[in-house]
Design a binder for this molecule. Sequence first.
Ligand SMILES: Cc1cc2nc3c(=O)[nH]c(=O)nc-3n(C[C@H](O)[C@H](O)[C@H](O)COP(=O)(O)OP(=O)(O)OC[C@H]3O[C@@H](n4cnc5c(N)ncnc54)[C@H](O)[C@@H]3O)c2cc1C
Length: 418
Amino acid sequence: MVFDFTETETQRLVVKSVKDWCERNLTFERVREMDDKGHPFPKEIVEGLCGLRVVMGTVPAEHGGSGIDWLTQGMIAEVIGYYDPTIATAAGLMAVETGWGFTLDRYCNETVREKYIKPAIRGEKFVGIATTEPGGGSDVAAFKSTAKKDGNEWIINGEKTFISGTEECKKWGGGYWINVRTGPIQPGAPHRNMTSFFLPIDAEGVEVQEPYRDAGRMAISTGGFKMKDVRLPDEYKLGEEGKGFYYTMEGFDNARMMIAASCVGIIQRIIDEAVPYITERKTFGRPLAKYEAIQFELAELYREMEALKLMTRKTTWMQDIRYKEEGMPQKISKAKTFKPTDVAGWISMIKWKGPSLALEAARKAMIWFGAAGYTKEYILESAWRGVMSYVVGAEGGLNIQKIVVARELLGRDYVPYK
Ligand SMILES: Cc1cc2nc3c(=O)[nH]c(=O)nc-3n(C[C@H](O)[C@H](O)[C@H](O)COP(=O)(O)OP(=O)(O)OC[C@H]3O[C@@H](n4cnc5c(N)ncnc54)[C@H](O)[C@@H]3O)c2cc1C
């Protein structure tokens, strides 16, 4: 298989329309205002991007989406990361809604699709993902929430925490993909007996907590909710009982690709901000750009960004091939060219490289700018605070990505959790 780098006419047109829109609506001043004001996320930004049909753009057209491929969706996420380097827009609308919304659409039934997914694609409601629990996020064995069958309903109890978009979801309506246990934890196989459901945020028994006071990506909230005897009809179950862990890994894969792509955009923006600054700012009679200490760092950053971009585009292309071969909806994996685990390895490499490189880019550029870099006059500090969310944990911490890559190299006998 040869990856063709030629941009298609569709890609060129879609990317241009998103760029034009961002140029007018995600200006430096607007993004700064969103970051200063904090959540909830501005509805007009959601509606504007949804109007371009690029939020959950990969959802098939017959399900209300645009049916674009992941390669193109990644290019869109690059643009959104570029214009909002605080990462709030990319986190809320690309990683959470697009990554998870697409996967949710694959496993939900018509009721959930009509009531929640289609309205979210139109920008009317919010859909997100809630796996993390107070006991921990990386370790599946820590998840304790349960669902018990009662006739044609399920009774859900438990708690989810550090969940993106809870305030937006409460305000606009919508809900979350949740994972709960529908059987006992099996020693050595905690991922078994995990079932996925769609939980409407306004279901009786759902108590939304006060949002956290995050360090960054201020325009989108992070909160949590308790579920006390919440009754959900069986049609809110996603896919088959006991298979939730596998569906969730697929959702993570798609969200992680969006994160890496938005990091490409953030790093390009940092470079574009830095070049005029370091060529104009003089110390000891010379521009900063003349000093090797700075120009070598810039050159290295540029090289690494281009490497990340190539890796990210290759990964989204691999995922497209995988989905084409599997068909819709997925029943049994028919992927031939790339195994899902091969793709997952690439996805973990870019989820690891993207946020850590973007964090490093922001940190270095802040130092090149001196005191100015430490102020809100430039986008650098907001990018630094925003991408840190992906380093510490959102959509899986960096060490977890390294474990996935090592698992592909060494085999499952060497995973640290067995
Ligand atoms: C801003 C933000 C938004 C979020 N949004 C969502 C959301 O929408 N939905 C959702 O479900 N969750 C969300 N999360 C939670 C996220 O999924 C978790 O942070 C992540 O899974 C890590 O879990 P934890 O924070 O409990 O850290 P822990 O699991 O306690 O891990 C702590 C640290 O140890 C590392 N670590 C863990 N195990 C190992 C190991 N075996 N070897 C080496 N290092 C290890 C981790 O990488 C991490 O750095 C969000 C988090 C943030 C910061």
